[in-house]
Design a binder for this molecule. Structure first.
Ligand SMILES: [Zn+2]
Length: 271
């Protein structure tokens, strides 16, 4: 086996297993198809853009990964910047000054009350210093924190979570192309049908537009099931070789490797 980018012969020493679907999405399928140098050169730049595009879904699904773990995502709830945590909880705190020495504390998540209390304590200690309160006055205020907060809780019943997802763009689509190429190489598709796509990937050039496009059909997957799929098909009768990809069932793309395919019938899928 040779590295499909530089053509170097692959050995146990100079190569490692490449994730066909990025590790950041919990991809488990691996193959020895790139040398170590090409693997690290190629991985960092555009895969991270695709990862960023889909981070909300990774966070909500909270799947396992071969390396590292799913990261919290910045979102906005009722005008407040917070973090969505991988297990479904939110984390964030904001202090709003109503008037002198009157504050409203917005706290989110499992330990919201405890977080609000400790924030209030911090504010009192700071105010005590600022206004030279006596120790007695500070202690009196500290003693009231718990009841003050517990008696004045206003809970938001259905908070509106706002976040932005940006699909598409050159780097994202190049990353999609890479996954499709990885899968095709792994399935031993003859290189002559892949060389143009590999060249585009290697040169990072604008020809990617003629190979890859994304689409967002509604409800193509059954409800309550989330998975990644790859489908590689070569059809000599129609003369096309392509790979369909779907990440989380949300981001879908097609990579057209060849529109003059005259090799064997190919059909490989992975889910
Ligand atoms: Zn290489």
């Amino acid at each position: 086996m040779k590295c499909y980018l530089c053509g170097k012969g692959l050995t146990d020493k100079n190569s490692s297993s490449e994730h066909i679907i990025p590790n950041a999405f919990g991809g488990k399928l691996t193959a020895r198809i790139l040398c170590k140098d090409c693997n690290s050169d190629l991985g960092s730049s555009f895969d991270s853009c695709l990862t960023k595009s889909l981070e909300w879904f990774s966070c909500k699904v909270n799947h396992s990964r071969s390396r590292g773990s799913v990261q919290p995502v910045k979102v906005n709830i009722d005008g407040m910047g917070v973090f969505a945590l991988p297990r479904g909880d939110y984390d964030g705190i904001k202090v709003e000054k109503i008037q002198d020495n009157h504050y409203r504390i917005h706290a989110l998540g499992k330990n919201a009350q405890a977080k609000a209390k400790s924030k209030a304590k911090e504010i009192i200690l700071k105010s005590g210093k600022k206004y030279n309160w006596t120790e007695g006055k500070v202690n009196e205020k500290l003693e009231k924190i718990n009841s003050n907060i517990e008696n004045n809780i206003k809970q938001i019943e259905h908070p509106l979570v706002n976040f932005t997802i940006q699909f598409g763009g050159k780097d994202v689509l190049l990353s999609v192309m890479k996954t499709a190429i990885n899968f095709a190489i792994m399935k031993n598709v003859p290189l002559n049908y892949l060389n143009d796509a590999i060249k585009t990937l290697k040169e990072n050039n604008d020809d990617f537009k003629s190979f890859v496009n994304s689409f967002y059909p509604e409800n193509i997957f059954p409800e309550n099931s989330i998975y990644h799929t790859l489908l590689l098909k070569g059809d000599p009768q129609v003369g096309i070789l392509y790979c369909l990809l779907s990440f989380y069932g949300v981001f879908n793309a097609i990579v057209l490797f060849s529109s003059c395919y005259n090799g064997e019938h190919i059909l490989h899928s992975y889910c």
